[in-house]
Structure formats: C-alpha cells, structure tokens
Design a protein around this ligand. Structure first.
Ligand code: FMN
Length: 165
C-alpha cells in the first residue's frame, strides 16, 4: 500500500524547483516540488518545507527565498540540491543574488524572488508563504521538469503511510 500511495500522490502535477535562501552571509538552496501560486493580489507563492532542513531556519531568519524553475534537462541540478548541506551545494554552480539577496541560478528557465510573508503548520511540513517582489523568464523556449519524472529521487516512497489514516 505504501508504494500505491506514493504512486497515487505522484499523479498530482508538480514542477521541480530550486529554492534559494540566504542568512548572515551564508547561502544555500534545496530542491522542492511542493511550490504553488496562492494569490493574484498580492502575488503570493506557497512552499511546503520540512522544518528539519537546514534551509528552513535560513529562510525564516533571512526573510526571503527564491524559486528557480528547473528545465526538464537539468536533473543533475535537482539531484545536487536534493542533498543535505554537508557540502556547499552552490559551489561550481553559476548564480547571482536577486533583489532580496536570495540566490538565483543562471541555468533556471525562470525565477521568482520572494519576501517571507508568514507560515503555517502543515502536518510534518510547514507552509511558507512568500510575496513575489521580482522575477523573470530566462529561457522562454525551455520545457519545465515534471516531479513525476524524477522517480524516487527524493526517497519519498518510504515516507508514505501504509494506508489512508
Ligand atoms: C525532486 C525532489 C523534490 C523535493 N521536494 C521537496 C519539497 O517540496 N519540500 C521539502 O521540504 N523538501 C523537498 N525535497 C527534499 C530536499 O531537497 C532535501 O531534503 C534537501 O537535502 C534539503 O536541503 P537542506 O538541508 O540544505 O535545506 C525534495 C527533493 C527532491 C530530490
């Protein structure tokens, strides 16, 4: 059943993003699929983050985050930023600071630069809401990566319960 639930939830259409954070002269970024637009006015994005990630405190303390949209061809970046920050994940990757100071990847097909607005608990994750203050399409011809096509890169199949609870 665990595998069935993982397969069921992968039917939800999701992209793959690199979320950049910065705090006290340190920068980091992690791969995320649980990102969505939640308001037109103001322009708000929501991100569901595991509060155990090192990026979580950096995001809330730093007060900003970037959402870099990955093209389908950059599985290497999804893999790289899906690891814990025991290595400097941003080394050897071309990036620059956005308006908020959060890292923007040069190889993203588009990016959103967000100011932290508020957060609310969401089970074993935290829903972070950010106000979009800048952004751009960097490669209008690129096709976005689909989370479903990353297989079990995030190892999430073991995290599903055995049945509906
Ligand atoms: C394809 C993919 C999607 C992921 N989606 C999310 C997500 O939406 N939210 C989240 O908290 N972690 C997600 N992760 C896991 C984090 O990227 C991973 O735990 C990372 O090591 C956290 O980095 P940090 O400790 O440097 O913050 C995803 C990983 C992959 C490979």
């Amino acid at each position: 059943m665990k595998k069935d639930l993982a397969f069921l939830f992968r039917q939800l259409t999701q992209g793959v993003y690199i979320v950049g954070v910065t705090h006290q002269k340190k920068d980091n970024a992690f791969t995320a699929a649980w990102v969505m637009q939640v308001s037109f006015n103001p322009l708000l994005l929501a991100l569901s983050i595991n509060p155990g990630h090192s990026s979580y405190e950096m995001l809330t303390q730093g007060g900003a985050f970037s959402v870099n949209v990955l093209p389908g061809s950059r599985e290497d970046l999804a893999q790289r930023f899906g690891q814990p920050a025991t290595v400097n994940k941003l080394a050897e990757v071309k990036w620059h600071r956005g308006k908020t100071g959060a890292p923007i990847l040069d190889d993203a097909m588009a990016y959103f630069d967000c100011e932290f607005s508020h957060e609310c608990p969401a089970g074993d994750h935290v829903l972070v809401i950010g106000r979009v203050v800048a952004g751009a399409v960097l490669d209008p011809d690129a096709l976005p990566m689909c989370y479903r096509d990353t297989g079990d890169m995030d190892g999430s199949s073991r995290l599903y319960p055995d049945e509906f609870i």
